[in-house]
Design a protein around this ligand. Sequence first.
Ligand code: DC
Length: 219
Amino acid sequence: MPKIITIDGPAGSGKSTIAREVAKRLGFTYLDTGAMYRAFTLKAIKANVDLEDSKGLIELIKKTNIDIIAQKDGSLKVLLDKEDVTLEIRKPVVTQKVSFIARIPGIRAQMVKLQRQFGKKNDIVVEGRDIGTVVFPEAYKKFYLDADFGERIRRRMRDFEALGQKICPKEVEDDLKKRDNADMTRSVGPLKQAKDAILLDTTNLNIEQVIEKMLSYIK
Ligand code: DC
């Protein structure tokens, strides 16, 4: 049976950086489930499907191919219908719309199916919002990462800067508030700490400290 380590938490809590590095050190495959929701959001935008049209979106996802391919350096390549969209899915237009897509139960069901298939074949460190609660409730170890709101804004600003994208702090703050609210209040797969997940507050910890803490629980 492959080993599954889950990391859930809000945007800016450090999930991606930590999950990627922990996976690398354990020799596990890293899976970013947010990238899957983002890839489908991009598809819906490009196909001009109204994001309120759940039926249309569920039809569209049946005709969509999302592949997440692990790279040698530990990063992931995201293919949408065979096209490399790794960078495009990080654009603000996708970030602002992804919560509309993520609230639709039929879309979530498809995503959960894909994620479980991935977990059948590989030892994985998988990050998202509902991974420890819904996708892999029987995971080997579960973590819930959190950080102060102000710190999460600063981290998101740094992410955008690293991508060379200009964005104002107010815009990032509004987006985080909206996404936190949408992620925590949706009826299916809301963001919450699984009962058996270990809570790590990363506000005053650097990346190495979080990784070491996590590895100490895993080993
Ligand atoms: O981790 P991220 O910011 O790239 O995720 C983008 C969005 O995808 C996030 O706002 C909510 C959604 N998401 C989700 O609903 N369930 C997951 N398991 C992962 C992400």
